[in-house]
Design a binder for this molecule. Structure first.
Ligand SMILES: CC(=O)N[C@H]1[C@@H](OP(=O)(O)OP(=O)(O)OC[C@H]2O[C@@H](n3ccc(=O)[nH]c3=O)[C@H](O)[C@@H]2O)O[C@H](CO)[C@@H](O)[C@@H]1O[C@H](C)C(=O)N[C@@H](C)C(=O)N[C@H](CCC(=O)O)C(=O)O
Ligand SMILES: Nc1ncnc2c1ncn2[C@@H]1O[C@H](COP(=O)(O)OP(=O)(O)OP(=O)(O)O)[C@@H](O)[C@H]1O
Length: 515
């Protein structure tokens, strides 16, 4: 892979990003690496200076043999290197990254998901279905992990939901080289805010839902900004699939229409579900039966274009939660648009599980323990409401915390959701960062209605889990919310190893049931 100096100049100019360029006479005219991390620089690299950058990183890049740098301002440390001063480093990185890796997106059918909740689950469903229809040639870039091929060593953990552009195009190229023909990816609103996916087009873009989240100093200044960023997925998709039950449907539909004909926009909803705008539906789904371990639902096409996909059928899910039927419906439609048929869906959907989402641990004498990633009002409310519907005489015992220095509005949301749907709450630590977990817990508690919910505080998450399980009877349901498969707690800026809620729950159950 490589990038010529001329190509760099032309690309940046075409997108009106180039402020100035200075190429010393003796510079070799091809870059054989592009990177934003000085620690990985090799001879011949083009080094991108972005984010909380320190000039000494450029010094180090130069010492390691970088030939050029891209930056939003001139840096004396870069003297002697080819210099590209740009108006927006993130956009520049996305354009140059795509070019450096020779536009791998052109060799992949890309299905992209966005939404406040359900991205990972829907992406897992979609990839599972497409693995069948493409004979295991579908890559997945999710919050949890990335599959750039079908072999075990082509699978690794993710650091971000949507990676930095240079990493994104690198991984796409690897996927193509590994024989992948399709890619399912999650696109976060931050990816648009930070231009990680600038100029990238998707074959199918899915909009799941939107509710206030990710608003704060380090993410989006306002809800309007959050919505705008999420809508960009549809603006950049050839075919759009939209959950017609989403809030702000009118706005979202308009965004899709900006670049797609109505014939290329598919709307779906639960039969009888709340729809805020009277737009004609293409698909509806309907629950047939549900348990604490899964559900059975039908998908029915309404419009002619939907009928042409031939996806109508009854499907089974092994992931409980009524909202997962909506996630599954979106994944079936998106996968259908990517070439999958009913048989592929039937052969895969009932076997798909998602790490850290509705995993459960059964007990003999206590309540069944659910481990889930719910970490805002919307997801906590849906999760607890579903479990409450499924419990008969038992109590809903929910354990949660809330992140420090991030998503501060979630604390009020947790207090509300717990008041509405839980009987007992265990408040504990969840990535407190530089804040006090006890203070965060007290803030959540200030929004809890104490006439409805019995509240316990224990900032040691492992011991809190033990307490929650121990106090449950076999009629109760215990929910460990917020961390899913996370194997760390963010404390004072350090990712402190944590065995995961699933592991802790299994060990606690083994210990207390052998006592
Ligand atoms: C606000 C934001 O977008 N921050 C991201 C950004 O940070 P940054 O550009 O400031 O980078 P930095 O890590 O501070 O370092 C500055 C630069 O110096 C370089 N450096 C650093 C050290 C060195 O020795 N040499 C060197 O060259 C780094 O490579 C980097 O280019 O780029 C980093 C990777 O390059 C990301 O890890 C980081 O994400 C932070 C940690 C983060 O958590 N972001 C969250 C908000 C996020 O993006 N979340 C969304 C999901 C949200 C949702 O669910 O909707 C996501 O897509 O994951
Ligand atoms: N469609 C949905 N509506 C409401 N809640 C949902 C929906 N889908 C999943 N959830 C809840 O949200 C949690 C996170 O789900 P998932 O990881 O699929 O979403 P996500 O959009 O990837 O989340 P995040 O951006 O937080 O990583 C689940 O554990 C579940 O509790």
């Amino acid at each position: 892979m490589s990038l010529g100096i001329r190509e760099t100049i032309v690309l940046l100019k075409e997108h009106h990003l180039l402020k100035s360029v200075n190429v010393p006479d003796n510079t070799i005219d091809i870059f054989n690496q592009i990177t934003y991390n000085s620690q990985t620089v090799r001879e011949g690299a083009l080094f991108c200076c972005k984010g909380n950058f320190k000039p000494e990183y450029l010094t180090s890049a130069k010492e390691k043999g970088a030939f050029g740098y891209v930056s939003e301002s001139h840096l004396a440390e870069g003297s002697g290197l080819a210099e590209f001063i740009v108006t927006d480093i993130q956009k520049s990185m996305a354009l140059l990254g795509a070019a450096f890796y020779d536009y791998p997106q052109n060799d992949l059918f890309i299905v992209a998901f966005t939404g406040t909740k359900g991205k990972t689950t829907s992406a897992y469903f979609s990839r599972g279905i497409l693995q069948k229809s493409t004979q295991e040639k579908t890559a997945l870039f999710s919050t949890i992990d990335r599959f750039v091929g079908s072999k075990p060593d082509q699978h690794f953990k993710s650091h971000l939901t949507t990676p930095e552009s240079l990493d994104l195009f690198h991984d796409m190229r690897t996927a193509v080289n590994n024989g992948m023909t399709h890619l399912v990816m999650e696109v976060s609103s931050q990816a648009y805010k930070k231009n990680r996916v600038y100029n990238l087009k998707y074959d199918v873009g899915v909009f799941l839902n939107i509710s206030p989240d990710h608003i704060g100093a380090n993410e989006h200044p306002t809800f309007a900004d959050y919505l705008h960023c999420k809508e960009q997925l549809l603006v950049n998709s050839k075919i759009c699939v939209i959950n017609a039950e989403t809030d702000h449907l009118e706005d979202v539909y308009e965004a899709a229409k900006a670049t797609s004909q109505p014939d290329d926009i598919y709307l779906f909803a639960r039969k009888g579900g709340k729809k805020q705008v009277a737009l004609p539906l293409d698909f509806e789904f309907e629950n047939q039966s549900e348990t604490l371990h899964g559900s059975n639902f039908t998908l029915r096409s309404i419009s002619q274009k939907a009928k042409e996909l031939s996806l109508d059928n009854q499907y089974e899910l092994s992931l409980p939660g009524d909202y997962n039927e909506s996630n599954a419906a979106s994944a079936i439609i998106a996968s259908g648009l990517a070439g999958a048929g009913v048989v592929n869906v039937k052969d895969s959907l009932d076997k798909i599980l998602v790490p850290g989402r509705m995993e459960f641990v059964k007990t003999k004498n206590h309540g069944t323990v659910y481990i889930d990633y719910a970490h805002n009002y919307g997801s906590m409310k849906s999760l607890l409401a579903f479990l409450r519907k499924q419990t008969n005489a038992g109590r809903v015992i929910a354990l949660t915390g809330s992140t420090g220095n991030k998503g501060e509005s979630r604390r009020k949301g947790f207090g509300q959701a717990l008041s509405e749907e839980a009987d007992v709450a265990f408040l504990t630590a969840d990535d407190p960062a530089f804040e006090s977990p006890q203070a965060i817990a007290e803030e959540i508690d200030s929004y809890i209605d104490h006439d409805k919910v019995e509240v316990h505080f224990n900032m040691d998450r492992i011991s809190a889990i033990k307490e929650a399980i121990q106090t449950s009877t076999n009629q109760d349901i215990v929910v460990l919310a917020g961390k899913g498969e996370d194997a760390y707690q963010k404390v004072d800026g350090v990712d402190t190893p944590y065995p995961t809620d699933v592991t802790v729950a299994r060990e606690v159950v083994k210990e207390i049931e052998n006592d």
